[in-house]
Design a protein around this ligand. Structure first.
Ligand code: FES
Length: 451
């Protein structure tokens, strides 16, 4: 079965072809794939046993986003990354590199640090053993009484670490494939607008009463947009979204967000459509110059704003990169959006060792002044249990949209526990990214337990 959709045709590539600028070849490439139509077993979301397999065999071996580099800008800065019942200390070294250590004392296992901060050494509060921030042992109290340590490695165990786009990734598996191989040609997609040119303007997190996959899948396709976010429909080609699968770990969706989609809109003059678009999306009205389209006016306006923020011209970026909704996914927990249509990155992961709750995180990634060091990431804003995303000022006009997605997340989480069905019926094309990453989970859990 071909992946070619029989109904609506994706329009991303055709918009790129008529764009005012040329896109990088990797970015403009459309992929062929076939993820099949098999039911996806519901037990993958609800069973404790499946969660334990994921924890033991997948999260212990996959490259995963642990923090942003600006969480640890200076030597001896640290932040913990919690995944399942494991905790890692991510810390900046004197030479500027970053290391990640198992957050557990080598004596009786006491957790060494919590949260984030800056320390000259990691000192265990229980009996006082200590480690330098490069992981080497600094001291064992009452060493005379531990003769068995003579030939032992007293360094803190490390995870592999990589950085990409300003984010820090770790892999607990000492035999993990290099991160560069894991992400394939992702660099080439972001070559015209590297993610490291952004700063974390806000980091919003919410404990979510749903399996991590239920929450993440609420954001991985555009199939849901018309019923869930009807306000976005009048000027957006959501049904014509293009989906791409690049390798076993990386996929993408690409939606044209500013376009005259209805017959009524198509019959409008450029200025009428500009007025309609501004009203529909809550943007400021735009007075078009002769011959100018609403897309080009908005793209030019945004190029000016971004260039001013960066202190560097972005005149080379396509209208698509300035306006539209392009979301990448790097398995299993990193979802950066490309361009300036939506300047966010998502992360989803289990909440501790609970298979029925997860942590949903939104990083607001705004352009940063490139002549200055990247500012330190702000403190995480936690959405209260009885709060809403709309209450979080930092989220701006996107907060109410997350509240619409939240209804779906809670509803699916409840429904999956009460349904009599055994499997999900996913669409062949629009939900192919879901099947794709489930296959990746399968590949990990088909492996034996790590030693
Ligand atoms: Fe850490 Fe004893 S548990 S020094």
């Amino acid at each position: 079965m071909s992946n070619e959709p029989k109904g609506k045709q994706p329009t991303f590539v055709s918009w790129l072809a008529k764009d005012s600028r040329k896109a990088p070849p990797a970015y403009a490439r459309r992929t062929e794939f076939d993820m099949g139509v098999d039911d996806v077993p519901i037990a993958r979301y609800t069973s404790r046993e499946f969660h334990e397999l994921e924890m033991k065999r997948m999260w212990s071996r996959a490259w995963q986003m642990a923090c942003h580099e600006s969480n640890v800008p200076d030597p001896n800065d640290y932040i913990t990354y919690e995944i399942g019942n494991r905790s890692w200390i991510v810390t900046r070294q004197k030479d500027g590199s970053i290391k990640a250590f198992a957050n557990a004392c080598l004596h009786r296992g006491m957790q060494l640090v919590e949260g984030s901060g800056k320390l000259p050494a990691f000192v265990c509060p229980f009996h006082g053993w200590s480690w330098n921030t490069d992981g080497s042992n600094r001291g064992v109290t009452e060493r005379w009484d531990l003769p068995q340590l003579k030939d032992r490695d007293l360094c803190l165990p490390q995870a592999k670490v990589a950085t990409w786009g300003g984010f820090v990734f770790i892999n607990p598996d000492p035999d993990a494939q290099p991160f560069e191989d894991y992400i394939g040609d992702l660099d080439e997609h972001f070559v015209s607008d590297p993610l490291q040119n952004r700063r974390v303007a806000a980091h919003v997190a919410r404990v979510t009463p749903a399996n991590w996959k239920v929450a993440m899948e609420a954001f991985i396709e555009s199939y849901h947009v018309s019923p869930t976010h009807p306000q976005a429909v009048p000027v957006s080609e959501y049904p014509e979204t293009q989906y791409d699968i690049y390798n076993e770990n990386v996929s993408r969706l690409a939606t044209i967000s500013i376009a005259p989609v209805s017959d009524v809109a198509k019959a409008m003059t450029d200025q009428q459509f500009a007025d309609f678009g501004a009203k529909s999306t809550g943007r400021e009205p735009v007075r078009l110059k002769p011959g100018q389209s609403y897309r080009s006016a908005l793209a030019d306006e945004r190029r000016e704003l971004v260039s001013a923020a960066l202190g560097q011209s972005v005149d080379h970026l396509t209208d698509v990169e300035m306006l539209d909704a392009i979301e990448y996914f790097v398995f299993p927990n990193f979802m950066p959006w490309h361009g300036y249509g939506l300047q966010i990155t998502y992360r989803f992961r289990p909440n501790g060792d609970d298979h029925e709750s997860c942590i949903m995180e939104v990083y607001f990634m705004l352009p940063r002044n490139l002549s200055e060091p990247c500012p330190r990431a702000p403190e995480t804003i936690w959405v209260p249990e009885d709060g809403t995303f709309a209450d979080i000022e930092a989220l701006g006009r996107i907060g109410p949209i997350f509240d619409q997605d939240w209804v779906n997340i809670l509803g699916v989480s409840k429904g999956l526990k009460s349904t009599v069905k055994k499997g999900l019926w996913l669409s062949h094309y629009q939900e192919a990214r879901i099947r794709h990453y489930h296959k990746r989970i399968d590949a990990f859990i088909a492996m034996s337990d790590p030693t």
